[in-house]
Every structure is written in C-alpha cells, then in structure tokens.
Write a protein that binds this ligand. Structure first.
Ligand code: MN
Length: 382
C-alpha cells in the first residue's frame, strides 16, 4: 500500500502577529494534491494540526475542510500532538468516525481504540497503533490503561512510554501492514528550533528509538519539524512540518512522505517536496547594506533582520521603511547586551512573548521555556 505521512501543520501559527492562514491554506491544498496525484491509499497525520489548544474559528474551518478533502482521497488517521487540544479531539471522535476518519486525542488501551484496523480500497489491511502526545502527567494514567504492573509505571517517562508501546504492539498481525503513528520526541532527533522544548526541569519528555519494535513496518512520527529518519531497527520517520514554523528551519526544505510497504516487503520512503509555504529568512547586515537593498521585492519571504551596527534611535523604523512589511523582527546587535528589538505583542503566542522576555533579560535556559510550556498546558488543558 502507498501511505502519505504528514504532521505538524500548526494551523493558527502567527509570525510576530501576522496571520499565516493563507500560507497554510495553500500548503494543505498542496498536500491533498500530492496525495491524489501519487495515489495515496492511506493518510496519516501525526499530530500538531493546530498551533494552540484553543484554535480560532478560521483555523478550525481550514483543518476540518482539509480533513474532509483528505478523507475523500483515502482512509485517514489523525492523532493529537502536544499543541492540540486532546480533550477536543476526543470529543470530536464520534463525528470523525461518522465521516470515516480515525481520530484520537489521548492514548487508549489496545481494545479501547488504541489500535485500529484499516482496509485500503485495494483490499490491503493496516493494523495501526495510535500514540497521541502523552504528557508526563498523563503517562501514568496511560500506563494503567495498558494494565502494566507497578514496576513498569514507576520509572521515568521514557521507560513508561516504551512499556506502553510494547503493550500496544504486543499482537502484530502477520497478514497486515503493522504501523505506529505517534507524536513524541525521540532522543537523537534533529530539532528545527520551533518545537516546544521537549524537556522540563523535572523530567525529560523524550522516548528512545529502541521502544519501536521490529514488527513495525513503518513508524510515522510527528513533533520535530525537520523531515528525517530516526536511527532504529525498523523504519521510523518524522515527516516534518509542511511550512517553516521557525527561522531555525531555514534552508531545510519541506516535505510530505510517501511510503510504499506491504505485509511482506520493507517500507520504501520518498520525500516529496512541498513548496507552497513561505521562506523564513534571517538577514544580517549593517545599515548601509540594508539601505542599499531598499525597495527589493522579497516576495512572500518573511524576514528577520539583524542590524550589525551600533544602536541609535529610529533604526527599526528605517529598516522597515527600506525592506517593507515582510519584516517581522528587527534586532540591533549593537554592542554588548543592550540589544533593541521590535516585538509585536498583539497576536503573539504566550510562548513567543515569554521567549522575548527571556531574551531581553539575557537568560538562556531551556528548562525555563519547558517549565513555562508545562504550566501553560496545565492551565489551558486542565
Ligand atoms: Mn509537537
């Protein structure tokens, strides 16, 4: 069967207050075109469909329409990521099921929806283990659902998740294509910089690639924004995000993955480029160089400008007047710590604002970012 694997759409993502909904509309349409043109027989969406747990109606409308469009092409399986609202996904399950869409917000036992069987039009069968994002807090409950003993639930997050995956994968079907769809951080994966920190001051969120058993013909991961294969005994891939979510992903290219696999032959994975998203580019130059390119048409590229010059009043306004409204951030490198930057508060996410605050204070500590994300999740997902 031919599988299309995508994840980390992050619909609703803004860039310093500027909407990216049209970019998302274009790239999600592009994914549908790829699925149709390539004859996808099963479509897997591995989480983070939305940027936030409380998406606006425009975002919900786009995601819902996209899911309907994809379902019209092939059977569709969707799980929640750490940015998605797990409870909302669970609440929508009956609707999704009515439309023939498999949707899961939270980890469930093998007989309670944690494993599903899907038949393609051509009559091939997939046995799919579903592992939506599982917070450290929820992982204890999830382990209980697998009827794991106390020793298996008492360990660290990575051990607990490995035990959960073992329980869900315990009974592979030799006549089916055995698959796993998961939203998680696998240790050793390459980050694009825009992912919410996968580690807090208390407990690491990552899983080990050794958790994925060799009985799996293919593991479709979401969370990291760069498409990549994870070193493992079986094919384990991140599809990456279809648009550049963060400036740190510059130049990497965006993809959907096409996987050809049968019950008896190994998975062949192909990266299909997606080009509808905008580029996020960082420009570092002095004032004279920036003025020299005034009026240049940067198309739909978003610009982050680093002014390699001493600070003076009016720099931000000058740079914007030269380079136009695609400039979303100006930072004057200046001398020493006294960096000046322009931050658009309206429309920025709490994470962006907190990051800006830390940067302004000269604090670099990933644990703080992770802790903040945890506390915010606990508030919004309570
Ligand atoms: Mn994620």
């Amino acid at each position: 069967m031919r599988i299309l694997h995508t994840s980390d759409w992050h619909v609703g993502k803004t860039i310093r207050g500027e909407s990216r909904i049209e970019e998302h509309r274009a790239v999600l349409a592009e994914i549908g075109e790829v699925a149709r043109a390539e004859g996808a027989e099963l479509i897997l969406v591995a989480g983070d469909l939305y940027e936030t747990a409380a998406p606006g109606p425009e975002s919900v409308a786009l995601v819902n329409q996209t899911l309907l469009d994809l379902r019209a092409i092939a059977p569709l399986v969707v799980i929640a990521g750490n940015h998605d609202n797990a409870a909302a996904f669970e609440a929508l399950r009956p609707w999704a099921e009515g439309l023939g869409i498999v949707m899961r917000g939270r980890v469930a036992g093998p007989d309670a929806g944690g494993v599903v069987e899907v038949d393609t039009v051509a009559g091939e069968r997939a046995r799919i283990v579903l592992l939506p994002f599982c917070s450290p807090r929820y992982s204890v409950r999830a382990a209980e659902l697998m009827a794991l003993d106390a020793a298996q639930t008492a360990g660290m997050y990575a051990d607990r998740l490995a035990a959960i995956v073992r329980a869900l994968c315990a009974d592979p079907d030799p006549d089916a294509v055995n698959l796993l769809v998961a939203h998680c951080m696998v240790r050793g994966g390459l980050s694009g910089g825009g992912e919410r920190e996968a580690q807090t001051g208390f407990e690491p969120y990552w899983m080990s690639a050794t958790a994925f058993p060799p009985s799996l013909a293919y593991t479709a991961l979401g969370h990291l924004h760069l498409a990549q294969r994870v070193a493992s005994g079986s094919p384990v891939w991140y599809s990456g995000s279809p648009v550049q979510v963060d400036f740190g992903e510059a130049g990497a290219g965006k993809h959907a993955l096409l996987v050809d696999v049968t019950a008896t032959t190994p998975a062949q994975v192909r990266e299909v480029p997606l080009t509808a998203g905008s580029e996020l580019r960082t420009v570092t130059a002095n004032l004279a160089e920036l003025e020299a390119v005034a009026g240049t048409d940067f198309g739909d590229t978003w610009l982050r400008v680093r002014v390699d010059d001493a600070a003076r009043a009016g720099i931000v306004e000058d740079v914007r007047s030269w380079l136009g409204d695609r400039v979303v951030e100006v930072r004057v490198l200046g001398t020493g710590r006294a960096a000046i930057r322009s931050v658009e508060r309206h429309g920025s996410t709490p994470h962006e604002l907190f990051d800006e605050y830390l940067r302004a204070e000269g604090v670099e500590d990933a644990r703080l970012t992770g802790l903040f994300a945890d506390l915010l999740d606990a508030e919004t997902n309570a």
